[in-house]
Write a protein of this length. Structure first.
Length: 257
């Protein structure tokens, strides 16, 4: 697996760490199976980069960010599905760069949707499926899950999705978690435009991205206003941007241990 793919393992490990807390923001009983020692080592290593990420001596910044990000997206999906009421049965959920995401096995609201599409590179997709197959009693919640292989640095996504039964005339909930910062900036823009082209009324998207802090340290980072404008130009009627530590993206964990 590439470095970008192995980062999914330390996200799994940090979800396992959160699950073990008494005050856990969510419970992911499968994360421990997916993180392993590789995930633990990467989680430990990132602690030394707190200052480089602008968090000073707060070494637990990434564990808390993983917890907050995961909980926020869980809640966003639950609320979006609930908002569709009886029409939720026509919803499609597409997780781009799915990594080792276990939401189809732990998020009960996904049982109401028509299908879940998990999209990633071949090595990561095969790894996730192999590990999950070893867990006794694991049961998928959605009626239909499509595990799809696609290189998101190319224009292949529409064809891969539609070949698997994705429909542009059905509302879609898009999840892009820990993905776009690993794509070149022009590919990020192209992918976000594709979301608009593939979505109809009633669709929504939650996109985790790295904001440009003005230092130039990450050439793939976007200024917040630039990304907001891009979504507006891609036919999204409402765009809301949040930063870690703001009220809706805090959960009492910003600068916490």
């Amino acid at each position: 697996m590439s470095y970008a793919e192995t980062t999914a393992l330390f996200i799994a490990k940090e979800r396992a760490l959160e699950t073990a807390r008494e005050d856990a923001l969510f419970k992911d009983p499968y994360a421990e199976h997916l993180g392993g020692m590789c995930g633990q080592n990467l989680s430990d290593k990132v602690k030394s980069h707190a200052e480089a990420f602008g968090f000073g001596d707060w070494t637990g910044f990434h564990e808390q960010w993983t917890a907050v990000r995961t909980a926020y997206i869980d809640n966003w999906l639950n609320k979006a599905i609930e908002a569709h009421g009886d029409n939720a049965s026509s919803l499609q959920v597409v997780n781009l760069g799915a990594g080792v995401c276990t939401r189809p096995y732990r998020l009960q609201s996904l049982g109401k949707v028509a299908a879940v599409f998990q999209v990633d590179l071949e090595a990561m997709t095969n790894f996730r499926k192999k590990v999950l197959a070893t867990i006794d009693g694991l049961t998928a919640i959605p009626q239909t899950i499509h595990d799809l292989v696609c290189d998101l640095s190319t224009d292949a996504l529409p064809g891969v999705l539609e070949e698997a039964g994705f429909r542009r005339d059905k509302p879609t909930l898009w999840v892009l978690e820990g993905l776009v910062m690993y794509l070149a900036k022009d590919r990020q823009i192209a992918l976000l435009k594709q979301l608009g082209e593939l979505s109809c009324a009633g669709s929504g998207a939650v996109v985790n991205y790295m904001a440009d802090d003005g230092t130039g340290r990450n050439p793939a980072a976007h200024p917040v206003d630039e990304l907001t404008q891009l979504f507006k130009e891609s036919s999204w009627s409402s765009v809301n941007t949040l930063m870690f530590g703001e009220e809706e993206l805090d959960f009492g964990r910003y600068k916490a241990s």
